[in-house]
Design a binder for this molecule. Sequence first.
Ligand SMILES: [Ca+2]
Ligand SMILES: [Ca+2]
Length: 351
Amino acid sequence: MKSTFRIAALMAACTNITIAFAHGDTLDFSVDSSRLVTGLMSEITGVVTPSRVFGSEFVWNAASSVFRSTTPGHSWGLDLQSGDPLRISLVHQVWEYNGAELVPTDQRVAVSYLANQISSASGPGPSFDYAIPASHYHFAYTLPGLPENATPSVYVLACETTDLSHGFGATQPYFIVFNLGQDETVHDAAIDLVTDELGSSTMVRSSVSLGGFTGNLSERTVQVDVREMGSTSVVESHTCGLSDEGGFTFFTNLQGSFDLAIRSNTFLRKVVRNVEISTETVNKGNVSLVGGDVDGDNQVTIFDYLALSDAFDSSAGDSAWNPNADLDGDGSVTVFDYLILSDSFDQQGDE
Ligand SMILES: [Ca+2]
Ligand SMILES: [Ca+2]
């Protein structure tokens, strides 16, 4: 682990050193091997330790009736300076720590800075650009929709910061572990788990096109099985929420070459072969999936026709309703769903 002594930058970054001491440790951006890297800077000693995991606390803000946090603060090293443009992106759905594991949750975390405001989503996507200000700065994080008596919990936000002016590579994804009223021992356990599972992980980024589907992609998931190359043996499985555009990400500590088997409900499986996973973010581009598999056996046959016929003309709430027959996702089973099925009739998904 490389540590950097950064007291000079700390002094320059803080207008009043006694205020800085009242802060938690800060999220520091520096440059290593031509890429932006994140570190944890002690505001007591100025020492920067490379890190991709940061702790923070949500506190009820009575004025705005919302849980709010303004830590970690941000600092930066000598390769960056005030005025330089950066982009913060939220790269995954928020996780909740249930005391044993990280579970994707519908709870969103909103991030704001000056006039910028974004909220995490069901998949990757939201981002804003900003210029590094003249001094140490803070984003505000809030938990929209949670009341003051909300159940204590721990939430994890995945972020990526991109340099827009020097051509430095983007940071590896980094993770902020927010405590909402939980005992600090639980918060610490969550930080340890995030450090173990995500703190040195590789992000795999891809997207799907769902043939004929016209509904809301952000309400859907894909299952990605990471397989041994040339085999159907599954090494790891991920259920990934989609962005509005079909984007998804997952994090893995695997390294080497693997096949990715990608599947979504009523769509045939597609295997993307020979995907090299290293320590760098992997971009796999778009994968097109073929729809029409009402009964989920990974082929489109007469049985899918029969199941669709049984549900024909039904909508949610009707006795004949079968959501899997609503292939285009418009909320009812119509001739348009038949057309999707006809187009892919007799096809089967990859094994
Ligand atoms: Ca089928
Ligand atoms: Ca439909």
